[in-house]
Every structure is written in C-alpha cells, then in structure tokens.
Design a protein around this ligand. Structure first.
Ligand code: 13P
Length: 251
C-alpha cells in the first residue's frame, strides 16, 4: 500500500507575518494517520516554517535546488546540502513554472534530481503537458519524455526514493481541473512506463496530481487507483482548505 501524500507548494507567496500565521494554523491541525503532509515555502521562509513546525509531523521541502549537491561559488542558488542541513526532506524538481518561465530543460533537471538524492532529499519530479500539447493528442508522449529523461540518465532505481507529480500546465492556477478520469489515465501511463523497467519500483512510487485541487474536488481525484495524493498550489495557502484536502486523502 502506498501512503498518500498531500503537499502544499506555496510558490512565491508570503511575508514573514503571513507565513507565520499560516503555519500556526497548520500546527494546530490533526493529521490523519497514514497521510504524509509536506509544505514548500520559499527558501527564505524555510527556517521560519521549520521553527513553527518543530515536533509536528509535517515535512518541509524546497521549491528548487542547485544542480550541484555541495556548496560552492554559485550566486543566488541554494544547494541540496544546505537544504538538507536546514531540515528539508524534499525538493520539487521540474515544476512547469521553472521549465517554462525559468527555461529549465531536462539536462539541468536531471542534475538537480540527482544532486537532491545524493544528500538524501526526496525529489518530487513534476511533469505535465500544455493545453496545446493536450489538444494535439500529445499528452502521454510529452509526459513520457519528461519521465524518460530521468530514467535514461539515472536509471529506474532513481524512483525508489522519489515522488512524481502530474501537473497539467493548463490546470495550474486556472481553476480548470483535470477530471479524475483524465488524471487517472496519465497516472496509469506513468506507472506502466516505470513498470516496463521494474514493476516493484512502479508499484511503490507515489504519483500526486496537481492543478487546481481544492477541498471540493479532492475526494474524487484521490479515489482514483493511481492517484496517491496531491500537489496543491493556491488552496494550500489557506490552512482550513488545505486541512480539508488532507482529510480527503485520509479517507
Ligand atoms: P494550483 O493548485 O494553484 O493550480 O497550483 C498547482 C501547482 O502548480 C502545484 O505545484
């Protein structure tokens, strides 16, 4: 049985005051047994969040990391080693906003993924197609290529300690959610692709759905056989809404 995971990607949101308030709300929450919960503040707020969540079972991760594991001369970057040292357990790799807006391609993402694992951080690899690609019938091809890039470079065992998030770009921050059936189709394809290399790894890896998940649609999405939780953007900025999504994963 795969443990469900609900992760909140706070993106470039929050001030010291608003982050402290959000985290106080989270700290009061009862987390259902058997659900992993993680939050991804900006790098600037990671320390603050960890302080407030001391003794709680909520994991903290980073939204990005450098492509080198160790410290060094790389202005503006934060290394996996530093994230691990600060108390992070996870890191997002390849979010569509970084692929599209920051221009990160598979080569650098492969390196980030590997660098994270070198220091024991669990990467959450984000994959997903644009609306144009979906309309052209290329969803499975695009997602398959994003996944293959890691498999070919790092091998299937890289997914023993990793999570995958399917986030259709057209559903991110738009209020449009993939239907449970649309999401399930892609999740099943991802698992099948991994299973071609190693069925045990494929069965064990958690596949999260992301893209306008809210309390109102979480139950339906999470009830699909290959959806093991969610990567939540906007709705994770509200402790009550995020809490309701977490409870949906516990059902
Ligand atoms: P929204 O939930 O705001 O659509 O964002 C999803 C996302 O990008 C999470 O990484």
């Amino acid at each position: 049985m795969r443990r469900p995971m609900v992760a909140g990607n706070w993106k470039m949101h929050g001030t010291c005051a608003s982050v402290a308030e959000l985290v106080q709300g989270l700290a009061k929450m009862a987390i259902p047994e058997g659900v992993d919960v993680a939050v991804f503040p900006t790098s600037l707020h990671i320390g603050l969040v960890l302080d407030h969540l001391k003794g709680r079972s909520i994991l903290v991760g980073a939204q990005n990391c450098a492509h080198e594991a160790g410290q060094g001369a790389l202005t503006g970057e934060v290394s996996p080693t530093q994230l691990q040292d600060a108390g992070c357990k996870l890191v997002l790799v390849g979010h569509s906003e970084r692929r599209q807006i920051m221009g990160e391609g598979n080569e650098v993402l492969n390196r980030k993924f590997a660098a994270a694992q070198v220091v024991g951080l669990t990467p959450i690899l984000c994959v997903g197609e644009t609306l144009e690609q979906r309309e052209a019938g290329k969803t499975l091809e695009v997602v398959g290529q994003q996944l293959d890039s890691i498999i070919e470079e790092l091998g299937i065992d890289a997914f023993v300690n990793a999570v995958i998030a399917y986030e259709p770009v057209w559903a991110i921050g738009t209020g449009l959610t993939a239907s449970p059936e649309q999401a399930q189709e892609v999740h099943a394809a991802i698992r099948a692709q991994l299973a071609k290399k190693n069925s045990e790894v494929a069965q064990g890896v958690r596949l999260l759905y992301g893209g306008s998940v809210k309390a109102a649609n979480a139950v339906e999405l999470f009830s699909m056989p290959d959806i093991d939780g969610g990567l939540i953007g906007g709705a994770s900025l509200n402790a009550d809404e995020f809490g309701a999504i977490i409870r949906a994963a516990g059902n």
